[in-house]
Design a protein around this ligand. Structure first.
Ligand code: CA
Length: 230
């Protein structure tokens, strides 16, 4: 499995990322300042770098610039909200992608997968894995599109993320807290009602519309999508 280096000085965010990435099966390393991050990013076994911009010691932009002088390791920059200058600077310095904080963890995980796939040049082989399905429901995770029996569904970003998360974890009862953390990210910790609201939206748009029973309520825990039986 790929090894991901997190260069992030905010301990809470770093910890959150580390747990989520490990949960996905990645190996994780962490540096909390720019200089250490630069050294570690140049180590041979790192497959991808998550690089915060506001760092003590050496800024993320500078780390990115120096890494690129020696290495083509994929870099995803983590930028502060709406800081367009930072995004442009990061991409100019050779970053592969950027995420604006605060972000939903599922989106970051998707971008990590895409970036790793693109970098390893296995895009063609992996194409089939970008489709997830449940019966006649098909999710294209690269395009973030959903269709049922060929009919395209209009889902909001969060509805899509929640659906993808449930389908990726098929046959696993997902607690509201897990769904909240995976779909909404660390900034929403604590407010689990939002999960129920979005499950209701998904049921209206899919279960009710097509007369199926896809999303099950697991009493006392949360929700689960089982293998399709119909
Ligand atoms: Ca920071």
């Amino acid at each position: 499995m790929a090894k991901i280096l997190i260069v992030e000085d905010e301990a809470k965010i770093a910890r959150f990322l580390e747990l989520e990435l490990k949960h996905e099966g990645y190996e994780v390393a962490h540096a909390s300042d720019g200089r250490t991050g630069l050294e570690m990013a140049l180590e041979k076994d790192v497959d991808l770098v998550l690089l915060d911009i506001m760092l003590p010691g050496l800024s993320g932009i500078e780390v990115c610039r120096r890494v690129r002088m020696e290495s083509q390791v994929p870099i995803i920059m983590l930028t502060a909200k709406d800081d367009v200058t930072d995004k442009v600077a990061g991409l100019d310095m050779g970053a592969d992608d950027y995420m604006t904080k605060p972000f939903a963890i599922e989106e970051l995980l998707a971008r990590i997968r895409v970036t790793l796939t693109r970098h390893s040049g296995k895009h063609q082989e992996e194409t089939s894995k970008e489709e997830l399905s449940y019966g006649q429901l098909v999710l294209n995770t690269a395009a973030h599109s959903v269709s049922y029996g060929g009919e395209v569904l209009t889902l909001t970003k969060k509805e899509y993320d929640l659906l993808e998360c449930l389908i990726r974890n098929k046959n696993i009862a997902m607690s509201r807290e897990q769904l909240l953390s995976k779909v909404w990210g660390y900034e929403y910790m604590g407010d689990t009602n939002v999960v129920d609201v979005y499950v209701r939206y998904l049921r209206q748009k899919i279960d009710d519309k097509y007369g199926i029973h896809m999303i099950e309520t697991i009493r006392g825990i949360g929700y689960m999508i089982k293998d399709e039986t119909n």
